[in-house]
Design a protein around this ligand. Structure first.
Ligand SMILES: [Zn+2]
Length: 44
């Protein structure tokens, strides 16, 4: 899922699956659709 976050007085959109940050919400959502980090490594 995409979460909104503040950094350096700017709004960023972060993919919670892999941690990638985007400055555009549409870009973040498009990435999320294709994100292959569906199995976080911390889940064993
Ligand atoms: Zn991702």
């Amino acid at each position: 899922m995409v979460v909104q976050t503040q950094r350096d007085e700017a709004t960023w959109f972060k993919c919670e699956e892999c941690g990638l940050m985007f400055d555009d919400q549409d870009d973040a959502r498009k990435h999320e659709d294709n994100c292959d980090a569906e199995e976080p490594s911390y889940i064993q």
